[in-house]
Design a protein around this ligand. Structure first.
Ligand code: KPL
Length: 334
């Protein structure tokens, strides 16, 4: 199978490295230092146990080099999805499908708008990865990947020769990613959104690893309030999450990924734009539509936007920042 990985950041490199063991993989992206490192030295993958391997992978900024691909894995930041959809359109074979494993709301819709409804699918993943330098990726924590398999709920018109979610799941498993299928697309997205809204903004503003949110009482409270708010917005749309308790799920993920630096923390630390708009911003917008108030996500959105601009809360310690955020939430409720 020919796979194009669109996105050459940490997650793109992790999936590219492992899938290259079981398929023909090309990494597609535009970051010059990363492309140069991959071409000159290959990709160094450091496993969770610290062992490292160097892999030779094809890496390009020219989509035609990856054409015709059977599968395009979309692993860019959510604000880059429109460009990624155009790239997928250029490199996919007529039967080729795109699969987004990104964070946030709206990615599948943006892919579908360009590729058509039967050539885009969605999954979520809790694999953790961090780029240590161009060409060096650390698989920081093993997670679980779930792919939507809407068969039975809304049978898609099959595209002749298209690779099925079932086959992709088998391929991922062969590459070493624990993978399962789920019949609920919206439930998957909103479930991941609840976890991301709980973990990512706080770890970004406080610049702490995910595990801090499990250990610190005030951080844990805020994380859980944010996740519960997402669950309420989902419930108001009759979307069933894949778990009963969003607060418990966010806590479980924070514990399971305790040593990880969330993607948003890495973005803020590296002065890059974050996915806050597709996470807390999307929750606030959806809440407004269905009449559910979202003060926690609103305050976290503003705090991350300020951190993106280098404006740090006027508070010296994580504890002081957390009480400031809690006070702002109380004020937003009035
Ligand atoms: O998805 C993640 C992210 O960092 O974006 C979590 C699950 C929070 C793992 O760090």
């Amino acid at each position: 199978m020919r796979i194009a990985i669109i996105g050459i950041g940490a997650m793109g490199c992790l999936f590219g490295a492992k899938l290259s063991q079981v398929a023909e993989v090309t990494l597609v992206g535009h970051w010059p230092a990363q492309l140069a490192a991959l071409r000159e030295h290959g990709l160094r993958l450091i496993d969770p146990d610290g062992r490292s391997h160097t892999l030779r992978l094809s890496a390009t900024d020219d989509p035609q080099t990856a054409a015709p691909a059977d599968l395009a894995l979309i692993l860019v930041k959510s604000y880059q999805t429109p460009q990624a959809a155009a790239t997928a359109q250029q490199l996919l074979a007529a039967h080729g499908v795109a699969l987004t494993l990104q964070n946030g709301l709206g990615n599948l819709e943006q892919l579908t708008a360009v590729l058509g409804p039967h050539r885009a699918n969605l999954g979520i993943t809790s694999e953790g990865a961090a780029l240590l330098a161009p060409g060096v990726v650390h698989h920081a924590g093993t997670g679980h990947t779930t792919l939507a398999d809407a068969e039975g709920t809304a049978p898609p018109e099959p595209v002749e020769g298209a690779v099925s979610p079932h086959t992709i799941a088998e391929l991922f498993a062969a590459a070493g990613f624990a993978t399962s299928l789920s019949p609920t697309v919206a439930g998957l997205v909103w479930g991941k959104l609840a976890v991301n809204a709980g973990i990512n903004p706080l770890t970004a503003v406080l610049q702490v690893p995910n595990g801090f949110l499990a250990e610190n009482a005030a951080a844990r409270q805020l994380m859980q309030l944010a996740a519960q708010e997402v669950a309420r917005v989902a419930a108001a749309q009759a979307i069933q999450l894949p778990f009963a308790d969003a607060a418990a799920q966010a806590l479980a993920v924070a514990k399971a990924t305790a040593a990880n630096h969330s993607s948003m923390r890495q973005d803020v630390a590296n002065g890059r734009p974050t996915e806050i708009g597709a996470i807390c911003g999307a929750v606030v917008a959806a809440g407004r539509k269905v009449g559910v108030s979202t003060p926690v996500n609103g305050v976290l959105q503003t705090a991350v936007q300020q951190a993106e601009q280098g404006i740090w809360p006027d508070a010296p310690t994580p504890e002081a920042i957390l009480s400031l955020l809690l006070a702002q939430i109380e004020q937003a409720k009035t």
